[in-house]
Structure formats: structure tokens, C-alpha cells
Design a protein around this ligand. Structure first.
Ligand code: UTP
Length: 230
């Protein structure tokens, strides 16, 4: 199976002293050992937010802030790369989908961060999954799936076990209308998942082994996003 795993920056490394980099590297290596093609997309986490906050105070514009964010996602990608067996991974961080696709075609693991301003790595992971025709896209996030509303804001929020990509897009759109609420996967990512007919899973990535169980045994607690016409 060809799998794209999206790991949030705060999931990979809540902080540098307390990180899951080694554990995520083992997950990737285990999946490769089982015969899967793997690409990982890594987010920027709290470090990206801190840099962006500081630069905003200094007067940077939004594109410049995104570029800072992209740099941090690539730093985090490099961190994961440094923990991976160099025999199985492309030595460079791909900066576009073509380069990541070439790495997969060679049989290497591709580990990347952001690509261009005005989006997040949620969308990068979905676009990469579309580009390389992935069988499965796994979002290892800090929330345990897709909810009917932001569970931090609304005590009545319920988690969906399964929903179509169209329903995912509607759910995210209604959450993004509420200031302060944040969806586990952003709208652009939802739309790419929808148009590409991707199968995706959103789960709590605080235990990296959950990613292995989701890919290998289709066992997980979280949300499955299914293409409309299955
Ligand atoms: P993240 O993907 O970590 O975004 O990229 P996020 O929404 O802050 O992360 P989570 O999902 O809450 O963990 C960090 C920042 O880098 C820029 C954006 O500014 C983003 O907020 N970025 C990232 C881009 O502009 N383009 C990309 O392709 C990726």
C-alpha cells in the first residue's frame, strides 16, 4: 500500500526535550519493512507559531510569515529525517511534489514539510497523496478525529467514526465560520481529499503506534473519510 502520513509539528515534537521523533521514525521504518511505500509530511507546531508571532510583531507580511512557517516545517522534517535509517530515505527534503514523487518511484521514503505560502501541511499531505496516487492518507493530529464542532469549544461535539469527503468539507467549513474554532484538517485539505477521492484517516497521534495499527490492521479510534461514490 502507498501511504502518506501527515504528522503535526506539535505531535512530532511537543518540545525538543520531549519528542516523538524516534517513535515516528520507527513507525515509518516498520511500515517500509512490511512492504509499504511511505511519505511523511511534517508540520511546524508551536515553534512555527512562535516564529510567526515574533515576526508579525516585527511587521512581516502574511506571505513572509508563511515562508517562516514553511522553514520551520522543513526543520521538523529534517529532524525526522535524522532519526530514519539512511538506507531507506531520500537524503534531501523535497520542496515540491515532483521531487517527493521521484523519491517514492525510486523506492525511497520521502519526508517533507511545507511547499508554498497560504496553506498548511494538511493541504501538502493531501496534495502529495493525490500526486502519488496514495491508497491511504493518515493525519496524526492532536485531536482524536473529526468532530461535529470544536470539542474544546462545544461540550456537545460528537466524533464521526466515518464520513464522506463532502461531509468533511461541510463540517470544516462550518467550524471555520466560528472564530477561535479550529478543525483537525483544514478546508483546502478537505477539498483536495474530496476531488482526489482519497481515503483518509484522522487520529490522535500522541501514540505513534496508532498509525501503524491503522495502516497495517485498519484498526484505529478516530475518523475515516471515504470517497463519495464507494
Ligand atoms: P503547519 O502545517 O504546521 O500549520 O504549518 P498549522 O495549521 O499551524 O499546524 P497545526 O495543523 O495546527 O499543527 C505552519 C505554518 O507554515 C506555513 C503556514 O503559515 C502555516 O501556518 N505553511 C506551511 C505554508 O505557508 N505553506 C505550506 O505549504 C506549509
Amino acid at each position: 500500500m502507498r501511504v502518506v502520513v501527515s504528522v503535526g509539528g506539535s505531535v512530532l515534537a511537543p518540545d525538543l526535550g520531549n519528542n516523538r521523533v524516534e517513535a515516528y521514525a520507527s513507525v515509518v521504518e516498520g511500515l517500509v519493512e512490511s512492504g509499504h511505500d511511505v511519505a511523511a509530511v511534517v508540520g511546524g507546531g508551536g515553534v512555527a507559531r512562535e516564529y510567526i508571532g515574533a515576526a508579525r510583531e516585527l511587521g512581516a507580511n502574511e506571505i513572509e510569515l508563511d515562508q517562516l512557517g514553511i522553514s520551520v516545517t522543513r526543520l521538523n522534517a529534517r529532524l525526522l529525517l535524522s532519526a530514519l535509517d539512511e538506507a531507506i530515505v531520500a537524503p534531501r527534503i523535497p520542496e515540491d511534489y515532483e521531487t517527493a514523487g521521484e523519491a517514492l518511484h525510486r523506492g525511497d521514503v520521502a519526508v517533507m514539510g511545507g511547499v508554498v505560502p497560504a496553506q498548511t501541511t494538511d493541504a501538502v499531505a493531501a496534495a502529495l497523496a493525490e500526486y502519488v496516487d496514495a491508497d491511504l492518507l493518515v493525519y496524526a493530529t492532536s485531536v482524536a478525529g473529526v468532530y461535529s464542532a470544536d470539542p474544546k469549544e462545544d461540550p456537545d461535539a460528537e466524533r464521526y467514526d466515518e464520513l464522506t469527503a463532502g461531509a468533511l468539507v461541510e463540517t470544516i467549513a462550518s467550524m471555520e465560520m466560528n472564530a477561535g474554532s479550529s478543525a483537525p484538517v483544514d478546508l483546502l485539505a478537505g477539498k483536495i481529499i474530496q476531488r482526489a477521492g482519497l481515503e483518509a484517516i484522522v487520529l490522535d497521534g500522541s501514540d505513534p503506534e496508532r498509525v501503524t495499527r491503522a495502516v497495517e490492521a485498519d484498526e484505529f479510534e478516530g475518523t475515516r473519510v471515504v470517497p463519495e461514490a464507494r
